[in-house]
Design a protein around this ligand. Structure first.
Ligand SMILES: Cc1cc2nc3c(=O)[nH]c(=O)nc-3n(C[C@H](O)[C@H](O)[C@H](O)COP(=O)(O)OP(=O)(O)OC[C@H]3O[C@@H](n4cnc5c(N)ncnc54)[C@H](O)[C@@H]3O)c2cc1C
Length: 495
């Protein structure tokens, strides 16, 4: 097939995914492509997605974004991890932080030494050796020269989309408001040729990015790409989101509190708190979800609870013909570990690296889809781990999760850790060993063994080493300012 060069790029959808793609591509390829983004005010956006993970800072650097300006514009706060409550058992709490725990040696990761300390009867907590955990527990935060805290942000999704839109428009990108009512295709190839709006206008293009949300207007409704369903592993299929007034200073972490048929989030921003209940409709009906959410929030509500239905899974192909699906149009893993925006970023940078300027070469398409699949599976496994590794049996939902079959890749990881204490981060995988160990230990998977490298320290040496490290980390955390005070002086927004 003759390749046709790509000069006109059309982005369908102006949610977080659409504006992130538009801002990044216009910044780097603005001189190479004619870019148009179409969004519909009538349809609107999902309007959630407010917790992020640290790689977003790299994306912002790529876009030349000034951190303080961005934080003021999106009323953002800092996030150093997630507080998981009631997951392993009711009453449990652990922090999955973005930090490093202890110091690893070449042969054995730090947790092996900690496991030995437990065996010897020492009572150090795993989180005693992580600055981000200690910062969370004391609500402290600092960033600046010589700061050593790994962090991300909590942000207002609607304001973030607006902020990115301004960047895009500064880069000369075009925006068209209107509802897409028809997707035109070439009769022979099936390639998309243009999008017709309700006004009758058609926006032609050589290449299309589908950011139309769950509906997948181009990738699914037009190209019938197909969806791989993961609901047997990730059974939650519903969410209710509501915003409330702040009643206390913002903490530097997201809260994820398990309930009898899922969990709820609490995301503190400068001006309000984002709350939501994630649940499985088979185990909790919508009325009960509404009552549960409204009973659990702390401040007065400032919005009506907003229902969102979803299905965990991914498109069989994220790139099909001359269309790449981004954001919710490409699939969804529930927001437990705040991974969606990160996956958008990875997809955008991957597309830019493989961009088909000279035409849609099948080898490029295959490579894009291969990398996309390889990236998402360990993230999916990591999220499933939270449900599978539980001792809760107080509800039918948790009994289902505890007993469900999990992907072989995850079953292997759990078995390996349980039997030997070995944890790993495969090449290219997002979550580091620190994340796997914090969550596995936090969810009560206690290994039966540890690496004998830990025997090379005597009991006394181990105790002294741990005592010193714990004291140093505690005192570093103590020296930090309170998170809320730091936000006020660093990036306070005028609401
Ligand atoms: C409950 C929930 C919580 C989440 N929490 C997090 C989180 O904490 N962290 C995180 O990283 N991610 C989170 N996400 C995921 C993600 O950040 C958001 O869902 C995301 O911001 C929205 O993605 P989107 O841009 O793909 O879709 P949408 O916001 O749905 O945007 C779709 C766009 O397409 C346009 N459109 C659709 N059809 C048409 C049409 N016919 N014509 C013209 N325009 C059209 C709409 O107008 C809109 O502009 C969460 C998701 C859910 C569901």
């Amino acid at each position: 097939m003759q390749l046709s060069p790509v000069k006109k790029l059309v982005i369908a959808g102006g949610g977080t995914a659409g504006w992130m793609a538009a801002a990044a591509i216009s910044r780097k390829f603005g001189e190479l492509l004619d870019i148009t983004l179409i969004e519909s005010d009538d349809i609107g956006t999902v309007g959630v997605g407010e917790a992020t993970i640290p790689p977003i800072r790299v994306f912002h650097k790529l876009l030349g974004i000034d951190e303080q300006e961005f934080m003021r514009a999106t009323l953002a706060t800092f996030k150093v991890g997630i507080s998981f409550e009631n997951w392993g058992q009711q009453g449990d709490r652990y922090i999955h932080s973005f930090g490093k725990t202890g110091k690893e040696t070449w042969l054995g990761d730090f947790h092996h030494f900690w496991l030995r300390s437990r065996e010897l009867g020492m009572d150090f907590e795993f989180g005693d050796f992580c600055l981000e955990v200690q910062a969370s527990l004391t609500n402290k935060f600092y960033t600046g020269p010589n700061a050593d805290i790994n962090y991300a942000y909590h942000l207002d999704a609607t304001r973030y989309a607006k902020f990115l839109r301004e960047l895009y428009e500064k880069n000369g990108g075009k925006r068209v408001e209107g509802k897409i009512v028809e997707v035109k295709q070439d009769h022979d190839t099936g390639f998309i040729t243009g999008l017709t709006l309700a006004s009758g206008e058609t926006i032609d293009g050589d290449f299309f990015i589908d950011c139309s949300g769950f509906r997948g207007l181009l990738i699914e409704q037009t190209l019938r790409t197909g969806y791989e369903d993961w609901t047997h592993w990730l059974p939650c299929d519903s969410a209710l989101a509501v915003q409330t007034e702040s009643v206390r200073p913002a903490v530097p972490y997201t809260r994820s509190v398990a309930h009898h048929a899922g969990w709820r989030w609490q995301i503190p921003l400068q001006h309000r708190v984002g709350n939501g209940l994630v649940y499985c409709n088979g185990f909790m009906n919508d009325d009960e979800a509404r009552t549960t959410l409204l009973q659990s929030v702390e401040g007065n509500t400032v919005t009506e609870p907003r229902p969102i239905k979803f299905r965990a899974g991914r498109r069989h192909k994220s790139w099909n013909k001359n269309c790449v699906a981004l954001g919710l149009a490409s699939g969804f893993i529930e927001p437990l570990e705040s991974t969606s925006i990160h996956l958008f970023i990875m997809a955008i940078t991957r597309l830019m690296r493989l961009f088909p300027f000279r035409g849609v070469e099948p080898a490029l398409v295959n490579e894009y889809n291969r990398e996309t699949h390889a990236e998402i599976e360990p993230i999916r496994d990591f999220v499933i781990l939270h449900y599978k590794a539980t001792e809760r049996d107080d509800s039918a939902f948790w009994r289902y999760c505890k007993n469900m079959e999990v992907p072989e890749t995850l079953a292997h990881r759990i078995e390996l850790f349980k039997k030997t204490g070995h944890a790993y981060q495969a090449p290219g995988e997002l979550f580091r060993i620190d994340s796997w160990t914090q969550v596995m230990l936090g969810q009560r998977i206690m290994p039966e063994q540890y690496h004998h490298i830990a025997h090379l320290m005597s009991e006394n040496e181990l105790r002294q080493f741990f005592t010193k490290m714990k004291t140093v980390i505690r005192s570093e955390a103590e020296k930090l300012p309170l998170h809320d005070d730091f936000v006020q002086q660093y990036c306070k927004a005028s609401v």
